[in-house]
Design a protein around this ligand. Sequence first.
Ligand SMILES: [Ca+2]
Ligand SMILES: [Ca+2]
Length: 343
Amino acid sequence: VIAIRRFPMNPALLVSGVLLFGCRCGGQAPIRRATAPVTIAVIDDGVDVSHPELRGRIAGNDAEHPGDRVDDDHNGFIDDVNGYDFLEADPVAVPNVASGDPSHGTMMAIVALRAARIATHDDMESADLIKILPLRVADEKNVDAVAVANAIHYASSRSGHSVVNLSIGTIRRTLPGGLIAAIIREQNIVFVVAAGNRGKRIDEIGTSLCRIQENVVCVAAVDTNDRLSRSPKASNFGPLVELAAMGVDVTIPGSNGSNRTETGTSLAAAYVSGVAARVWSAAPQLNAADITRVLCSGARKSHVLGESVRCGIVDALRSLHMAMATSREIGMSASSVLPAGMQ
Ligand SMILES: [Ca+2]
Ligand SMILES: [Ca+2]
């Protein structure tokens, strides 16, 4: 358990609208509430914005009037009120699914929002600050790397902090230079990338986005016993993978009321995206690099998982507490010095 000391209220933090809450660590501690909006851009195969769990949780665009085929906010995208479809150059980023089953992107959105809320026992008011931005770049078969780069650029143009969820697996053949550049360019975004489901060491896969270290958090999938997911969705692993998160037999609600279970590193990445957004929302003074650091330093070590990932299993509360401590350092000394033990 991370000890959080009580400390005097800092006027600098009050000015920024952030109140520090004490922590009764070890019990149902009052944790720092979400205070700032954070967007989770789901760069995927589209999100069903009418899914019961996503109603009211989509990052809108008030400056854009829907359905009039006019780019009201002059951002280059017509009628982009619920994200954008970069595959079809269309305002409607909904997936092509005929059945009631949620698309991959819809599942990512649901898992991310649940992680943001449940991991910290949030009230709805806090949860409401975290919203999904659907950006479609893939159909059922292929990911369009150019569309991904464009979607990243679009996400960066939105106000407030952004987490980008990239549960799109490895790119075939080679990693496009344009996509790498698009990620590295956006140092104010936390990118959360799925490690992939081939059961391999990431450093042996030349085309993995996890090879980009800068501002990318790579996530492996584990079950409730901290074991990496197994075939046919065997989690990749290795020193280039920072975190592991729950990604085995995750219950996903369909839009028609039925449930199904899913396994894979995509789900684990979405979980971490939700946690990252929640932590950032409570500590908006932190930058993207700070958030990736507190996710890593707050991660739980597991003897079962061992050295399969670099930092451990994502732990929302511990990371939140570390973010608080880091915010305090920033507020008091105007520097981003991290407490001892962080990296
Ligand atoms: Ca527009
Ligand atoms: Ca319009």
